[in-house]
Write a protein that binds this ligand. Structure first.
Ligand code: ZN
Ligand code: ZN
Length: 196
């Protein structure tokens, strides 16, 4: 009998969605914390559901359940409209949608001042101008989006400026991998930063 091949664990995955992101139609009901723990595709796992669905009092219960699996509790913040709600909670880190607008760039500064790690989400997809992002931010190489953009010409010049986080942005169980993002990081000569 042939022994099954199991893929090696990746070091870290901090951008994973679960059924807490109830209003996101691409999240499947099977995408729950237990399945992610059982699969164990990454050594360090962080859940970063959309703040839209876990703001205010809901955050406490989210955080508690996420931590009960030994995961880090992050959130994904959808632009400046959600900064106020983001400042009211204490996640382990923020993932931030920064579109090319003054308000969104201001939001970057506000989140930096919390002292929590700030990851700029899929910047090429959102049109974030990385020359306007301070070097203390982490820049994401996101498996869901990176292959859709001209990453070589658009990211190459920032390789020395930023520290990079490689992530899946998984909304479904079969997205729990980072294969294309890791290919891109390798091609660019990026060394990933392990946050925790
Ligand atoms: Zn996103
Ligand atoms: Zn996401």
């Amino acid at each position: 009998m042939t022994k099954l091949f199991l893929p090696p664990q990746v070091p870290q995955d901090l951008h994973i969605h679960t059924v807490f992101s109830t209003g996101d139609s691409s999240v499947l009901p099977e995408q729950n914390l237990k399945l992610i723990a059982d699969l164990g595709h990454a050594r360090i796992i962080g859940i970063a559901d959309h703040l839209n669905y876990i703001s205010g009092n809901l955050f406490k219960s989210y955080e508690k359940q996420v931590r009960s699996f030994g995961f880090k509790a992050g959130v994904e913040v959808n632009g400046s409209e959600w900064i106020k709600a983001a400042l009211e909670i204490r996640p382990d880190y923020y993932i931030y949608h920064c579109r090319d607008s003054e308000e969104d760039y201001e939001g970057v500064g506000q989140l930096i001042r919390t002292g929590k790690p700030l990851i700029i989400a899929h910047p090429l997809y959102l049109g974030t101008r990385l020359d306007r992002i301070p070097a203390e931010c982490f820049v994401e190489i996101n498996n869901r989006y990176i292959w859709r953009s001209d990453w070589k010409t658009r990211l190459e010049r920032y390789v020395k400026k930023f520290r990079f986080i490689i992530s899946s942005d998984a909304h479904q169980p079969h997205w729990l991998n980072q294969n294309y993002a890791r290919f891109v990081a390798d091609q660019l000569g990026v060394e990933e930063t392990i946050l925790f």
